[in-house]
Design a protein around this ligand. Sequence first.
Ligand code: C2E
Ligand code: MG
Ligand code: MG
Ligand code: MG
Length: 288
Amino acid sequence: QAKEAGRNSWRFFESRLHEATQARVEIETCLRGALERGEFRLVYQPVGDTASGRIFGAEALIRWDSPVLGAVAPDRFIEIAERTGLVVPIGDWVLETACRQAAQWQREFDPGFHIAINVSPRQFRADDFVSRVAQVLAQQGVAPHTLMIEVTEGLLLHDHDEVLKAFEALIAVGARLAMDDFGTGYASLRYLKHFPFHTVKIDREFVRDIGNDPDDRVLVDTAIRMGKSLGLSVIAEGVETADQLAILRGFDCDLIQGYYFSKPLSAEGLHAVLAKALVAPQHLINPA
Ligand code: C2E
Ligand code: MG
Ligand code: MG
Ligand code: MG
């Protein structure tokens, strides 16, 4: 009986594993050539100034509409793109597209509009990454300090010296660096100390329950204070409710991002919001 059950659960496990592998292989196959076929687009999620409610900038997030697989979320394909190296040309496209778009919004609405992009470890470690950033900024006419490069702890795990050199080169170019998903890794604090970040983004995992979990409230309050004492700007991610926003205001969090402020929007969608904001800057965010 037990043996039989064991065998069954093993088969179940095996078939699940097979399915997962199959899905990954499918994604990888479809990912090849997706860039050339124009299957990617960017959406832009506004980042809001917590105190004034104004739009500070936006984070560019990639979307993939595969004709075979349908919409595939970045959490499902970025890792595969990273492993295969496809993330390098895809990331380069993100950099250029986001900067071109930001340049347009800066000219039309606000020269201080900030644009954030996510850069994966393989892309960041490519030899020409920093010079490519400098080139794109110059070509598109984007002021370097308005470009925020978001990296996660995965980049910082090894080859500290090399990564640090690239950080310093990017800072020399004038771009800014943000630690994304702060708090989810186990050495976030050490990395904040070692690397010259400009901004920390507190992961939405910690923000989610600040309304009803006193421990999470303490963690987020402490992370904000610490970030600010280190001279960093702090963004809270995943703000979904008025209650969360009010708490974060109380904690003096500089910037917020999340569905409560705005979901990620198409370029046209954010364009329309920016046009409206020009006329009525306060209408964007719900008052506390
Ligand atoms: P991330 O950089 O931490 O981006 C934030 C994610 O949280 C986005 O998911 C966003 O849509 C989602 N989000 C924003 N506000 C809320 C909220 O209030 N509630 C909830 N539940 N979610 C919210 P998305 O777009 O699916 O991206 C997932 C991850 O994929 C990103 O996490 C980033 O790590 C990666 N990614 C996205 N675009 C790119 C890209 O162009 N290049 C690279 N290398 N990675 C990317
Ligand atoms: Mg990010
Ligand atoms: Mg994040
Ligand atoms: Mg993330």
